[in-house]
Design a protein around this ligand. Structure first.
Ligand code: SAM
Ligand code: SF4
Ligand code: FES
Length: 354
């Protein structure tokens, strides 16, 4: 086929030029997609194996000081009922999750100034004593704060760049500076966090050139984890009316996952909740083209629907904890297995993994 050379190059050297990546993203050729996804699945098996890691997600506050144009938690969304959990409540959820076999607790929130560095550090310390890995996803803070949390025992930090195109970034982030956010990710790596970046696929003004650049940056910066999710417009945000073709966005997201797997080799890549929200079975598709991580929602049911980053979010009407057996079933049905280890980074760095 027309794509034979590019696919052979991908397979052999696990690298492509940015222009070649954009060519693949632009192509709407079912044959190419099939071969690309198969190759990504093969590389996934080779580099990270058949294990799927479950990261238990606790969304502990939906207060946010920022106004990212795409996000339902943005400060100016006055229609959202705001909540925050106390440290005691967060700890008790982490404890219950641990008893169900969860080995990584992800603490995620808007950028909420209510919790100071010390409060969060004490909580991290307590949760670490359970014997689980702790991941933070709480946005941009000073280096001092990142250091305090790392010293309290936090293992990982998720801070997506969202887009590596400077201009697009500034259009979407009235409060943020492109370089500042990138520096945060570099600092997190230096401090010794296993660091996750990632992007949103299908944003307004975003081109396949932008996405190709994102993928090259994932490769260059050698992140431990990369989260790739489709943009889902939220009606109470400035981008609420920006609807695009679902199938196109699905294909573009899956191709981004597949190419990221091949170029980054052994990064941990989640099959995102956003992809499962975009289409039924979306996470399963991602697991078949490079992804190796799932994130069961463990937020207490009373708050779950209020953590409305985007509308229609899946897993909000289940029983607390229901995602865990549901995901185990999903993984086993695909002939894969749920990991029985905390699934630390596979990148070869001189970091202390606790
Ligand atoms: N406040 C922290 C931050 O921004 O890094 C963590 C929480 S934030 C809600 C987590 C992620 O949600 C962001 O990194 C962004 O990629 C994603 N997100 C926000 N709005 C979205 C939307 N409308 N569609 C898809 N993903 C979205
Ligand atoms: Fe706040 Fe994060 Fe949403 Fe931006 S993406 S508005 S920082 S919660
Ligand atoms: Fe959440 Fe199935 S994964 S209920």
């Amino acid at each position: 086929s027309k794509w034979k050379n590019l696919l052979e190059k991908l397979s052999a050297i696990e690298d492509l030029e940015e222009e070649e990546i954009a060519e693949i993203l632009d192509a709407q050729d079912p044959e190419l997609e099939k071969e690309l996804f198969q190759l990504a699945d093969q590389k996934r098996k080779e580099y990270v194996g058949d294990e799927v890691h479950l990261r238990g997600l606790i969304e502990f506050s939906n207060f946010c000081r920022k106004n990212c144009l795409y996000c339902g938690l943005r400060k100016d969304n006055k229609t959202l009922k705001r909540f925050r959990m106390s440290p005691e409540e967060i700890f008790s959820v982490a404890e219950r999750a641990h008893r169900l076999g969860i080995q990584t607790i992800v603490l995620q929130s808007g950028e909420d100034l209510h919790y100071d560095a010390k409060t969060l550090a004490e909580l991290i310390w307590k949760i670490k004593k359970l014997g689980v890995a702790v991941t933070l996803s709480v946005g941009e803070w000073e280096e001092e704060e990142y250091i305090i949390w790392r010293e309290a025992g936090a293992d990982r930090f998720l801070l997506k760049q969202e887009t590596f195109d400077r201009e697009l970034f500034s259009k979407l982030h009235p409060d943020d500076d492109f370089d500042q956010r990138l520096r945060c990710q570099q600092k997190l790596m230096e401090i010794g966090f296993q660091t996750g970046s990632g992007n949103i696929v299908g944003l307004p003004w975003q081109t396949t050139k932008h996405l190709a650049h994102d993928i090259k940056m994932f490769q260059k910066m050698d992140f431990d984890m990369i989260g790739i999710g489709p943009f889902i417009p939220h009606p109470s945000t400035p981008l609420g009316q920006h609807h695009t073709d679902t199938q196109l966005k699905l294909k573009l997201t899956l191709k981004t996952v597949a190419l990221t797997r091949i170029l980054t080799k052994n990064a941990h890549i989640p099959a995102t909740t956003a992809l499962g929200t975009l289409v039924a079975g979306g996470r399963e598709l991602a697991l078949r083209c490079g992804a190796n991580v799932l994130m069961p929602n463990l937020t207490p049911l009373a708050y779950r629907s209020s953590y409305e980053i985007y509308p229609g979010k899946i897993c909000i009407q289940e029983n607390w904890g229901a995602c865990i057996p549901c995901m185990k079933k999903m993984v086993e049905k695909m002939g894969r297995k749920v990991a029985t280890n905390p699934g630390h980074s596979l990148k070869n760095r001189s970091r202390v993994h606790s």
